[in-house]
Design a protein around this ligand. Structure first.
Ligand code: IPD
Ligand code: CA
Ligand code: CA
Length: 268
C-alpha cells in the first residue's frame, strides 16, 4: 500500500507495521485456544454475562510483550491488564478478544482489536477476525482496507437500505437500547447483534452494516473501529468526550447520510 509519508510520521508508520504483525500472531494464539475451548476455565467478572478466560489474559500478554520490546516507553491500556503508564504520548489500546461470550460458547464472531492514540487523536486501528482471516486496517489519512483492499462505508440515505448493528450490556439500563430499537424498527429498519462490538464496527467500515449503536462501550472495544469507520468515509459520534477513553461512552457510527436520523433514535 502506498502511504503518503508527509501525512503520517515515520514513528507512527513503524508502529502500524508492528501492529499488523502483532495482531496476526495474537490471532493465531487465540484461534488455537478457540479450537481447544473445552479445556478453558471460564471466570465471570463484575456481572454473570461478563466472562473471561486464560485465552483473553494470555493473548493480551503476548500483544503487550511485543509492543514493550519494540517501544518500552509507550503507554498501554488493555481490557485485562488495565493501564500501564509509559513516558511519551503514544497509547496502545487493546482488546485481546472482543466477543468473549461467543468465543467461549463456540461461535466465530470474535476478534482482536488494537488501536494507537497519539496524544488525543487515534493514529491507527486494526481489527483481526482469525476465523475469516480478515484484517481490517486504517492509518489516519490513508483510508480503510480489508486484507489490503480499500473499502468504503455505505452510501445510502435510508435506514431501510440495510441492517444496523446494535449492542448493549448490563452496564447500562435496557431502556436505551429498547428506545433505539423502537425508533429504528418503526422507520422500517432492521438490526443484528453478533456479540462483538469491534467486529460490527469493522463491518460498518467495510460497507456490510449501515451503522452500529451501543449505549455504553469501552475504549478497547471501539477505538480501532472508530478510525476504521472514519477512514472508510462514515460518520462517528464524539466517543472520546467526557473521558470516554477511561470511562467508556455511547457509540454511534454509520453511513454518513443516515447519521442524523439514527442519532435522533438515541435521544430519550
Ligand atoms: C463486549 C462485546 C459486546 C459489547 C460489550 C463489550 P467483550 O466485549 O464487544 O459486543 O456489547 O459492550 O463489553 O467482553 O466480549 O470483550
Ligand atoms: Ca470487548
Ligand atoms: Ca475482551
Amino acid at each position: 500500500m502506498f502511504l503518503e509519508k508527509h501525512l503520517v510520521e515515520d514513528a507512527v508508520v513503524a508502529r502500524f507495521d508492528l501492529a499488523k504483525q502483532v495482531i496476526k500472531t495474537a490471532g493465531e494464539l487465540a484461534l488455537d485456544y478457540f479450537e481447544r475451548r473445552e479445556e478453558l476455565v471460564i471466570e465471570t467478572k463484575a456481572e454473570p454475562q461478563d466472562v473471561v478466560s486464560i485465552a483473553d489474559k494470555n493473548v493480551e500478554q503476548i500483544i503487550l510483550r511485543q509492543i514493550q520490546e519494540a517501544y518500552p516507553k509507550d503507554n498501554f491500556l488493555g481490557e485485562e491488564q488495565g493501564i500501564l503508564k509509559g513516558d511519551n504520548d503514544y497509547l496502545w489500546v487493546v482488546d485481546p478478544i472482543d466477543g468473549t461470550s461467543c468465543f467461549v460458547h463456540g461461535m466465530p464472531s470474535w476478534c482482536i482489536s488494537i488501536a494507537l492514540m497519539q496524544a488525543d487523536k487515534i493514529a491507527f486501528g486494526l481489527v483481526y477476525d482469525p476465523n475469516a482471516d480478515e484484517l481490517f486496517t486504517a492509518l489516519s489519512g490513508n483510508g480503510c482496507q480489508v486484507n489490503g483492499k480499500a473499502v468504503k462505508a455505505l452510501n445510502i440515505d435510508s435506514v431501510q437500505a440495510g441492517v444496523m448493528g446494535v449492542g448493549t450490556s448490563h452496564r447500562v439500563s435496557s431502556t436505551h437500547c429498547l428506545h433505539f430499537l423502537q425508533g429504528l424498527l418503526d422507520e422500517g429498519g432492521m438490526f443484528i447483534r453478533n456479540g462483538s462490538g469491534a467486529l460490527m464496527l469493522a463491518y460498518v467500515a467495510a460497507g456490510r452494516l449501515i451503522g452500529y449503536y451501543e449505549p455504553h462501550i469501552n475504549s478497547w472495544d471501539c477505538l480501532a473501529g472508530l478510525i476504521l469507520v472514519q477512514e472508510a468515509g462514515g460518520s462517528t459520534n464524539r466517543f472520546l468526550e467526557n473521558d470516554g477513553l477511561l470511562e467508556g461512552n455511547s457509540i454511534l457510527v454509520s453511513a454518513k447520510k443516515i447519521h442524523h436520523q439514527l442519532d435522533h433514535f438515541t435521544r430519550m
